[in-house]
Write a protein that binds this ligand. Structure first.
Ligand code: THU
Length: 166
């Protein structure tokens, strides 16, 4: 028997800066700061990410490129691997991602690449708690997603690995 179904994408669009809650604004500003500190001489595409922890603290990181292009690291992965190096940290409640092109002050639309989504998914399973993803969405808008799960449906995760282990 064949069964069709749909996978929902729950999201909230904030149409301007003033619509954002105060803590989200702080987090976006932290991600933008990371964007300004990014090392992207080859793509000229600067990406920053910041996380808000349950204890109220924030961490930020950015993309780090390399003359050997595949050796570069995305902002989200730089940040989550850095966060992950310290085992008993306060859980992440939200992550913001921002981007701009070199030479421009305008922040532009960014959505995490596939590999970053998989890394973000692992963090979700590791802390067993969903965290909000806040994306710079161009034209002064922001997209908020309740969990990485909505950005990576039908994903490979620790439960799938477990189920298929004899
Ligand atoms: N990049 C990120 O940092 N995060 C993403 O989710 C997409 C792409 C970086 C990688 C590379 O340094 C530059 O953006 C252009 O692809």
């Amino acid at each position: 028997m064949k069964k069709d179904f749909q996978i929902r994408l729950d999201a909230t669009l904030y149409e301007c800066w003033e619509d954002l809650p105060a803590d989200y604004r702080q987090l976006i500003l932290e991600a933008r700061k990371a964007t300004d500190e990014s090392y992207a001489p080859y793509s000229q595409f600067h990406v920053g990410a910041a996380i808000l922890l349950a204890d109220g603290s924030m961490l930020r990181a950015n993309n780090q490129e390399n003359a050997s292009y595949p050796c570069g690291a995305c902002a989200e992965q730089s940040l989550l691997y850095y966060y992950g190096t310290r085992a008993k940290q306060s859980p992440i409640v939200a992550m913001a991602i921002t981007a701009r092109r070199a030479g421009s002050q305008e922040f532009i639309k960014i959505t995490p690449c596939g590999k970053c989504r998989q890394v973000m998914l692992e963090t979700y399973h590791r802390q067993k708690q969903a965290y909000v993803i806040l994306l710079e969405y161009g034209k002064g808008q922001f997209l908020s997603l309740p969990s990485i799960e909505v950005l990576l449906p039908c994903n490979f995760n620790p439960e799938v690995l477990q189920e298929n282990n004899p």
